[in-house]
Design a binder for this molecule. Structure first.
Ligand code: SAM
Length: 242
């Protein structure tokens, strides 16, 4: 259940300093005494030096995060996970990797994990067009018809993904459940903000290669000799106003 979760009221109020300590600086907040409605009162004391660009939604134990982060050392990557213990496991692992690599060139400062229900309040964390990539790896299939509304791909949620993704950005999906794969393809293809990425381009994408092999769920499917269905969708330019 997510009743104990807290969310920033807006992306500007999100305090990223404990998530990306190496990428935050003290924020100069102009605070004139005579201001009657103080818009800055809820601003965090530290500001992030660059925005988070990649979100792994339902990141589980973080296999994708740990494989992707060293490949994109200049990009801030965020795992979002609803289960408390799993989130804590990933956060602990990040702390350990940072400590172990403190004196090396690369020390996992660009990766973090936070606990959230991504079916709610995604736009509270990210501004419009902030993200370049969203990963939906082995989402819970919710097989039964009456459970389909719990799936993390739907027309409404796709509109949220479209909002936080920049034009040219992409959603990456992978699942071992063919029915869910078809569901995701249908829902993204039907959405005016997305177009499917062609097979050749998809296969050449380094992120797809990593996504296929590095998540915990993907490894389990591999061990059991199961099939993996991949589909990527590009965020299109918004059409001009009529
Ligand atoms: N992506 C990981 C992988 O490929 O190994 C984990 C896949 S696991 C089958 C699905 C994950 O999504 C679980 O860890 C679950 O707790 C998480 N999850 C489900 N619904 C969620 C939600 N609304 N918000 C955030 N995480 C969610």
């Amino acid at each position: 259940s997510d009743h104990s979760l807290t969310y920033p009221k807006s992306p500007a109020e999100m305090d990223w300093s404990s998530y990306y300590p190496a990428h935050t600086v003290a924020q100069e907040i102009e605070n004139t005494a005579h201001e009657s409605h103080d818009l800055t009162k809820d601003m965090p004391a530290k500001a992030i030096t660059k925005p988070v660009e990649i979100a792994d939604i339902g990141c589980g134990f973080g296999g994708l995060l740990f494989a992707l982060a060293p490949k994109l050392p200049d990009t801030l990557i965020l795992g979002m996970e609803i289960r408390t213990s799993v989130t804590e496991y990933v956060q602990e692992k990040i702390r350990a990797l940072r400590a172990q690599n403190a004196s090396s060139n690369y020390s996992y400062q660009n990766v973090a994990c936070l606990r959230a229900n991504t079916m709610k309040f995604l736009p509270n964390f990210f501004t419009k067009s902030q993200l370049s990539k969203i990963f939906l790896c082995f989402p819970d299939p919710h097989f039964k018809q009456r459970k389909h509304k719990a799936r993390i791909v739907s027309y409404t949620l796709n509109s949220e993904y479209a909002y936080v993704l920049r034009p040219g950005g992409a959603v990456y999906t992978i699942t071992d459940v063919e029915d869910l794969h078809q569901w995701m393809v249908e829902h993204f293809e039907r959405h005016p903000s997305f177009e499917r990425v062609g097979q050749e381009e998809q296969d050449a994408d380094e992120c797809v290669k990593i996504m296929r092999t590095e998540t915990e769920e993907g490894k389990k499917v591999e061990r059991n000799g199961g099939a993996k269905f991949v589909a990527c969708f590009r965020r299109c330019e918004d059409p001009p106003w009529p």
